[in-house]
Design a binder for this molecule. Structure first.
Ligand SMILES: Cc1cc2nc3c(=O)[nH]c(=O)nc-3n(C[C@H](O)[C@H](O)[C@H](O)COP(=O)(O)OP(=O)(O)OC[C@H]3O[C@@H](n4cnc5c(N)ncnc54)[C@H](O)[C@@H]3O)c2cc1C
Length: 427
């Protein structure tokens, strides 16, 4: 059977040691079968185990193989579309509930790291950097909006102040969120997987779910085994393929690329990001970066619609890095990789039930580190019969991409090109 390894990322090279996990080779029974061992799957498993469910996780490759083990590591609050957009789309009542949850994911991560002693280089502080006066205006409204929902750890920064936290001349100002921050994303998933096992959960690796037989007693088939469960949670996100055709129609896998420099040394690292905050700019096609625990610069950006892997990632991302930090022109790139996130047309998460025992959450469209942790809690609440918060997400409307599966990629790329141009000319 295929043995799918991690991509050759900095995270895989610096991952904490973990025991090997077997592939499923039996017929077993469980309360909940979770498909996918990324943040969504592992967070669901943890909340369910803490509430007395028996849980089995099936992972097609390895724990954290997907976006959760490859991302920029930035803990960003709220959703890919903010609460004001939700308010305009679905009305104030649902927006109120979703707004109250918008800052919970970051708290869940910190609780998990503390309770299970997860070694993942957790650092506090995230910066949203404005490239234009218009973007600065958006940040001012965002601060007012987030404060309306009880978030108090925000500071607006003018051009002088942002230069104290980021040695980059591109920004006119920004906003610092001290409840944002960053982590080694793969080590967070590995720690969460160990926590799942410490509570009696079972994780099978190299065990893709290849078929779901639906019904009152659903069964998930893998190449060499099957799991009978009372409930199934589908958490395969951009790597799920067509296992659940209803979900594939309203979402699209997209690639984004990350590079990592050689270690910069304490001194140079400190000149770039003196407080070790992470940074993302406010463009539609945004750049994001931060320092690693061993003081490399981890820099990501760009989107490939349809998730084709670009041939030369360094050629795409290094110029973006040098635009922000020309002083790194002689620094070597040690790692470059790509990962897929799942885009929905509204850029809001796609959450719901199929029948009364298959649950799913996916498609958080780029900002998923915090949301996926919240999703696990909300899914677990729904399985325990408290579905009010789950339903607030499940009621968000979703539509197929224009052009269907054939033309959705060029149409989305066209849309992004348009927004990219607007960013470039400061509209
Ligand atoms: C390069 C990159 C950078 C990013 N940077 C950030 C960032 O800095 N901050 C932020 O908030 N968000 C970021 N994101 C988004 C964030 O990483 C994701 O939203 C989040 O990790 C999604 O988690 P998930 O568990 O839903 O999916 P994934 O982590 O993709 O996990 C899905 C898992 O399911 C498995 N799977 C799929 N199909 C099956 C099957 N049939 N059977 C069994 N297993 C299956 C996969 O192998 C995979 O391990 C980034 C994404 C990428 C790709």
């Amino acid at each position: 059977m295929a043995n799918t390894p991690y991509p050759e990322s900095y995270y895989a090279a610096s991952a904490n040691a973990v025991p090997p996990r077997p592939a499923l080779q039996d017929d077993i029974e469980t309360d909940v079968c979770v498909i996918g061992a990324g943040y969504t799957g592992l967070s669901s498993a943890l909340f369910l185990l803490e509430n007395g469910f028996k849980v089995t996780v099936l992972e097609a490759a390895k724990v954290g193989f997907g976006a959760s083990g490859r991302n920029g590591g930035q803990i960003v609050n709220s959703y890919s579309r903010d609460i004001d957009v939700i308010e305009r789309t679905v009305g104030p009542k649902q927006a109120q509930l979703l707004g109250q949850m918008a800052f919970e994911g970051g708290r869940i991560i910190r609780e998990r790291v503390a309770r299970y002693n997860i070694q993942c280089d957790l650092k506090d502080g995230g910066v949203f950097a404005a490239m234009t006066a218009k973007q600065m205006g958006h940040l001012e409204s965002q601060k007012r909006l987030w404060e309306r929902f009880g978030h108090t750890q925000l500071e607006l920064m003018d051009q002088r102040r942002i230069r104290e936290v980021v040695a980059c001349d591109q920004y006119v100002g920004g906003m610092l969120d001290m409840s944002g921050g960053h982590i080694h994303p793969l080590n967070l998933t590995l720690g969460e997987a160990a926590a799942v096992e410490s509570l009696g959960g079972t994780i099978y690796e190299q065990s893709p779910a290849v078929r779901i037989v639906r019904g009152a007693n659903p069964v998930v088939h893998t190449p060499q085994g099957k799991v009978r469960a009372r409930f199934i949670i589908v958490a395969g996100n951009a790597y799920l393929g067509n296992l659940v055709p209803e979900l594939a129609a309203k979402s699209m896998p997209c690639g984004t690329q990350v590079i990592t420099t050689e270690p910069l040394g304490e001194e140079l690292a400190k000149t770039l990001l003196p407080q070790d905050y992470c940074v993302e700019d406010c463009n539609y096609l945004l750049d994001y970066y931060r320092l690693s625990g061993d003081k490399r610069l981890i820099f990501g950006g760009g989107v490939v619609y349809g998730a084709r892997d670009p041939a030369n990632i360094e050629a795409i991302i290094r110029p973006k890095m040098l635009k922000a930090f020309p002083q790194l022109k002689d620094v070597k790139i040690d790692y470059a990789w790509t990962g897929n996130f799942l885009l929905t047309l509204s850029r809001l998460p796609q959450v719901g039930r199929l029948g009364d025992n298959i649950y799913y959450s996916q498609g958080c469209s780029g900002h998923g580190v915090t949301y996926t942790h919240l999703a696990g809690k909300v899914l677990a609440e729904a399985l325990r019969g408290q579905a009010e918060r789950f339903d607030a997400f499940a009621d968000l409307p979703h539509y197929p991409f224009p052009g269907g599966q054939m033309l959705r990629t060029p149409f989305a790329a066209l849309g992004a090109w348009y927004y990219g141009l607007r960013d470039k000319f400061g509209y």
